[in-house]
Design a protein around this ligand. Structure first.
Ligand code: GTP
Length: 356
């Protein structure tokens, strides 16, 4: 039967990705050359689902101005705005009147994944489930929602951020719902699907199934994952029909300038109008449009915001540089330091490892 509608939750503030999310909501940040959501929309379309409803709140207008009615992306896109954020469950409940079919695919808007969505839908149909949760396995499940299943694949518990996990299976942030079930989510107030809806459904005896998939999965909520996810897309480790160029060691967008003596590697993206000067090394990093890396600078696993500048001989590792900021010549920015937008760090051999 399959789903006819998809809901994507994109209303979060993206606080963990600040300062990048000050200028754009997390799902709209350039990831392997296009807003992250473009990759997800392309995968949903590829699975044959063409009606997509975005549950928006923070910076809602940015989505509509990019995707419009969705036709340029081969889908029909609708937008529902929450005046106050309603959380993940509330966000799903809030768009119910836009849905057309009996089966609904719901996505957290910041997950990069290789799961075959047709297979996920098939599990839902074949097992006659009320809800099917996409589950993946991670080495350390403590920071996630742990979801044990029985021999039949039926979910037996939902243990959010359990310090002593009983399984390495976690909630991967994509769900298939029987449409009728969504009416039971309380309307008009914040609801967490993870903390309230799923435990409630289990307690009520609903048929909640798990679909375990161990192909690619990454939640792009933190800077390190955002950078790694973008690099994985560029290198073809994470699948996307929307990659704006061939798979390779780097993606250089039109209008970017890279000196022939510079070295790009590790799935680096160089945005439109960005410049990489002679002798620079840029590894596994994301350069937003108009960013500049000076001569001989080394930039690893870092994000440079729109128009950010890295001076000659500077060294950045695991850094996030806000839009239009300038990192002076020979400055070292290490250990996950974040620089807020419009900051100038003066030239000189200074080492920083905390936020500026
Ligand atoms: P942090 O502030 O860094 O935790 O990020 P976040 O606000 O995006 O929260 P989180 O990563 O937990 O959200 C998972 C997904 O749900 C993201 O795609 C969010 O955009 C989305 N989301 C979170 N809260 C809401 C909400 O209140 N309403 C809607 N519509 N979506 C939400």
């Amino acid at each position: 039967m399959g789903a006819t509608d998809a809901i994507i939750l994109v209303g979060g503030m993206g606080t963990r990705l600040r300062p990048l999310t000050l200028s754009a909501p997390k799902p709209m940040l350039p990831t392997a050359g296009v807003p992250f959501l473009t990759h997800l929309v392309a995968r949903i379309r590829e699975a044959g689902v063409t009606h997509i409803v975005l549950g928006t709140s923070y910076r809602a207008e940015v989505f509509q101005s990019y995707f419009g009615d969705g036709s340029a992306f081969g889908v029909e896109m609708e937008y529902v705005i929450e005046a106050e954020p309603l959380g993940t469950g509330g966000g799903i409940r809030n768009v119910v009147d836009r849905l057309r079919g009996d089966t609904v695919l719901a996505f957290n808007g910041d997950v990069l994944s290789g799961v075959d969505l047709r297979e996920l839908l098939a599990t839902h149909d074949d097992t006659d489930a009320d809800v099917t949760l996409y589950l993946t396995k991670v080495e350390d499940p403590r920071a996630f929602g742990c979801v044990p299943t029985d021999a039949e694949g039926r979910v037996t518990a939902f243990l959010e951020k359990d310090p002593d996990p009983v399984t390495d299976q976690i909630n991967a942030g994509t769900y298939v719902f029987r449409r009728a079930l969504l009416d039971a989510i309380p309307a008009g107030r914040p609801v967490s699907v993870e903390r309230e809806t799923f435990p409630g459904l289990l307690a009520a005896g609903a048929r909640v199934m798990g679909h375990v998939d161990e192909t690619y999965w990454r939640d792009l909520g933190r800077p390190a994952d955002f950078v790694a996810g973008s690099a994985d897309l560029v290198q073809g480790l994470a699948p996307s029909p929307a990659l704006p160029g061939p798979i390779g060691r780097a993606l250089v967008l039109p209008g970017a300038r890279v000196d022939p003596t510079a070295v790009l590697s590790g799935g680096t993206t160089v945005g439109v109008g960005a410049v990489v000067w002679a002798g620079a090394v840029v590894d596994g990093s994301v350069l937003f449009d108009g960013a500049t890396v000076g001569p001989g600078a080394v930039v690893r696993r870092s994000v440079l915001g729109f128009g950010a500048v890295v001076g000659a001989g500077a060294v950045l590792e695991d850094a996030v540089v806000g839009d239009r900021s300038r990192i002076g010549d020979r400055v070292e920015l290490l250990g996950g330091a974040r620089v807020w937008p419009d900051v100038t760090v003066p030239d000189g051999g200074i080492r920083f490892s905390s936020d500026l």
